[in-house]
Design a protein around this ligand. Structure first.
Ligand code: ADE
Length: 314
């Protein structure tokens, strides 16, 4: 007998109420395992609440989806996409799905808690980020998107609202309800996928989605250009008084950069905000190394971003 094996007599002799039952794969959590706190976010089909798992006191963000509403609005496909996509992913810059369960009325996704909220709120609070801050956060976003694409996932709705900040001010990418899984033969992004219906948010939508309803990995590259612009300027590059006029600006590539953008930032923005998807920096390649090698990122160490202290944003 090996002394390293746990003794199985302890559970037999101790009173059952003092012995915690090991939670095997078969034992699903239920809503009763959590206490719920404040609302962290609200979407059209879901509410995200702070949830504390009673047994260990661990805090999570619990996304609660109303089944009746989802079925009535025919959104079951998107809910399934979110769950299967998140289950495939494991990366420090992407919100982890710890587990999912349901009761007769709702679905529950138990997610990493990102304590510092949305990148959008940070941009608004600071008006805009200093260039070092923008560089660091775009580097983290590029790292997350490179991982996604490597896993065959196109996010399709990248924007500062879907980029959350954890307790150490590192990013956690979220909201995979509109993601697309490209089959593995297509990981190098050769043939664009035709999508059924409009997805995404007006200001970050790529021109190809507007003209021929196609989306591929390079549509996420367009969004990276929009996000870099917004980090530095405080506003997205294309913003009209309504969706129609925003779309017109996108299709005409009608934007201008403020004077304070450095030459390197200007160059990177202009190489990502390109109407032809295949002409964008990094398009058609198996990774985003072309973006990572751009002079804007010269001082970035790509190997350990997660271990770095984010720059001061004052
Ligand atoms: N709001 C939406 N999702 C969230 C999360 N995972 N953490 C914190 N706030 C959120």
């Amino acid at each position: 007998h090996s002394s390293t094996q746990p003794s199985d007599t302890a559970g037999v002799t101790a009173s059952p109420s003092t012995v915690s039952t090991p939670r095997g794969q078969s034992q699903k959590r239920t809503v009763k395992d959590f206490t719920f706190g404040r609302i962290l976010g609200e979407g059209s089909y879901s509410t995200v609440m702070l949830g504390t798992e009673k047994s260990a006191g661990t805090e999570f963000a619990v996304k609660i989806l109303d089944k009746r509403h989802i079925i009535k609005e025919k959104k079951t496909k998107y809910v399934n996409i979110e769950k299967t996509t998140l289950s495939r992913l494991s990366h420090p810059f992407i919100v982890r799905l710890h587990y999912a369960f349901q009761d007769p009325g709702s679905l529950y996704f138990v997610l990493d808690l990102a304590r510092n909220g949305e990148l959008l709120s940070l941009i608004r609070r600071l008006q805009r980020l200093p260039e070092d801050g923008a560089r660091f956060y775009l580097a983290e976003i590029v790292t997350a998107v490179e991982y996604l694409h490597h896993k065959g996932v196109i996010h399709r709705d990248l924007k500062p609202e879907n980029i959350l900040l954890d307790e150490n001010m590192h990013i956690k990418l979220t909201d995979f309800g509109t993601a697309k899984l490209v089959d593995e033969s297509n990981v190098a992004s050769t043939s664009p996928q035709r999508s059924q219906s409009f997805v995404g948010t007006a200001e970050y939508v790529s021109p190809e989605l507007l003209t021929d309803k196609t989306v591929d990995k390079s549509s996420d590259l367009w969004a990276l250009g929009c996000i870099l612009y917004q980090l530095l300027a405080g506003q997205p590059p294309f913003k009209g008084p309504n969706e129609y006029l925003t779309f017109q600006k996108i299709l005409r590539l009608e934007y201008s950069m403020p004077d304070h953008f450095s030459p390197q930032a200007r160059d990177l923005v202009s190489r990502l905000l390109v109407l032809g998807p295949s002409e964008r920096l990094g398009a058609g390649e198996s990774d985003l190394s072309a973006i990572k090698r751009h002079p804007f990122f010269r001082d970035i160490n790509w190997d350990n971003l997660h271990e770095q202290t984010p720059p001061n944003l004052i």
